[in-house]
Design a binder for this molecule. Structure first.
Ligand code: CS2
Length: 490
């Protein structure tokens, strides 16, 4: 592996035969897209759609803006922002993508970030759920430390909302139309939430005119993005070098399946993403909800229950007959009942496709990766479906088992003195440490975390008749399929 040259524009010609590399003139590509959060998901998913457009339309190169320091930008710069995408299938497919034209670490080079934003027509975003500074209701959290900081210094922002507000204020001052802003994070109603957060931020920073202008002018379409993207590791680097004959420090990998559903409100002057395979629809909410509750919900259930049962990857957890069957019933019998219909989306067929994807032997997806940031994922993956099931008078046992498994996961980390990757790590570890082992007192400690559990849900009396209490801290239902969760933590 070490004998191969480092991937760069100059070494592209050395790529192994059959490896697709950018065949267009990269020097002529203008970065019409700015992307906040140019991590593995964006580079594996969004950039692969944009790549398809570039030979015919050179306006849509991507300038990535990272909001935190990290080594990735320098590694990508050393390869002229080229990197390899491995599509995991039998056999895997490798191609070098050239859509990324720049990668700016905003705290290090704020002026360059501003200049890129000034020149963008479309701003796409993957900063994860925790990057928005929203409260449990999905509104701007004016007490969030990052928001407080940016409200005090709107001309030198650090967070996503502050940066977007600055870019929009500059457009307005220059009497130019705003860029289109597209959240591609796993957040229910991501577009409307982002729009409301920007309006609230502009208002709270004393820019009432900007708030009104955003309200009147800004397009913020909702989107659903989907492709399972395991984190980059040395095994991938070695595989990529062997296949491409080039050394790539920052390759990315994903399943070959990819989906991008975008609310049909982009307006004029946008890249033709449908030509690259994206779907435009008026029904994005239905797609988004089905994906978040079914795929992401299944992922989190597999992560917290699977880790407890000694599994390391999604494939292993799905291969555990009891857990696989449990997750299928969670999807088909519980979550499916909470979803709204959309044209062209048959929920039971969709579940069938998801189950095949979760069992794909070509993808090794670590449960620990999915288990991170539980406090931001639980609400739309489990709590909203639980609230809907309660309204429908249906049992909530299975989603509650998944929530209970998350509580045990947190408690386990606290007891073992391990760190927790979660924006609420301090509060969660404190709750976990205070656990005695009795569900009757431990569960309420977690339910009291108002940033995660809405008051009404935490106070909800147990579910419908004959169903066990909703928050039993046990995976007992797995051991007794159909019998409901057994109370009591061990
Ligand atoms: C996963 C997602 O890590 C997680 O929480 O559930 O990253 C999931 O793989 C993607 O949303 C799939 O599109």
């Amino acid at each position: 592996m070490t004998g191969y040259p480092r991937l760069s524009q100059a070494t592209l010609a050395a790529a192994a035969p059959g490896i697709a590399v950018p065949a267009y003139d990269r020097a002529g590509i203008a970065p019409g897209i700015v992307h906040f959060g140019p991590g593995a998901f964006q580079r594996a998913h969004i950039a692969s759609y944009v790549e398809v457009l570039l030979p015919a339309d050179p306006r849509w190169g991507i300038a990535g803006i990272a909001l935190r320091q990290g080594a990735q930008g320098a590694a990508l710069a050393a390869q002229d922002y080229l990197y390899t995408l491995a599509e995991l299938d039998e056999p895997a497919r490798f191609r070098v993508l050239g859509a990324l034209k720049d990668y700016i670490v905003a705290p290090a080079e704020p002026a360059r970030a501003v200049a890129r934003l000034d020149a963008a027509s479309l701003v796409t975003i993957t900063v994860t759920e925790k990057g928005y500074g929203l409260d449990a209701r999905g509104e701007l959290d004016a007490g969030h430390p990052g928001i407080v900081r940016d409200l005090a210094q709107p001309l030198a922002p650090a967070g996503l909302i502050g940066w977007l507000a600055l870019g929009l204020a500059r457009r307005r001052a220059a009497r130019l139309p705003p860029f289109v802003v597209m959240s591609c994070d796993n957040l229910a109603s991501n577009g409307p939430k982002l729009r409301r957060a920007l309006i609230a931020f502009a208002g709270a920073s004393g820019q009432a005119d900007l708030a009104r202008w955003i309200e009147d002018e800004l397009r913020c379409p909702a989107t659903m993005v989907d492709s399972i993207t395991p984190a980059t590791d040395d095994a991938l680097r070695a595989r990529v070098a062997a296949a491409t004959h080039l050394r790539d420090a920052e390759p990315v990998q994903r399943e070959s399946f990819a989906q991008w559903v975008i609310e049909d409100s982009l307006g004029p002057g946008m890249p033709d993403l449908t030509a690259a395979g994206a779907q435009l629809t008026g029904d994005v909410h239905a797609y988004e909800q089905a994906k978040l509750r079914l795929l992401n919900g299944a992922h989190s259930a597999l992560a917290y229950i699977g880790l407890e049962r000694g599994h390391a990857t999604v494939g292993e957890a799905m291969g555990d007959a009891r857990l696989g069957a449990f997750v299928e019933r969670l999807m088909r019998e519980d979550v499916a009942a909470t979803l709204c219909a959309a044209r062209g989306l048959d929920i039971q067929d969709y579940v069938g496709v998801l189950l095949r994807r979760l069992r794909n032997p070509a993808v090794s997806h670590r449960l620990a990766q999915i288990a991170a940031d539980g406090s931001t994922k639980l609400p739309y993956r489990f709590l909203e479906p639980i609230a809907d099931l309660l309204k429908l008078g249906r049992p909530v046992t299975r989603p509650c088992v998944a929530v209970a498994a998350w509580m045990r996961f947190v408690r386990g980390a606290a007891r073992a003195g391990q760190p927790l990757a979660d924006p609420l790590a301090d509060e969660l570890l404190a709750a976990g440490k205070a656990c005695s082992g009795s569900a009757a007192t431990d569960v309420p400690r977690f339910l009291a975390l108002a940033a995660i559990f809405p008051r009404e849900l935490a106070a909800a009396p147990a579910s419908p008749p004959r169903s066990p209490p909703p928050m039993t801290i046990s995976t007992g239902a797995l051991r007794q399929p159909g019998a409901g969760a057994a109370a009591g933590a061990t």
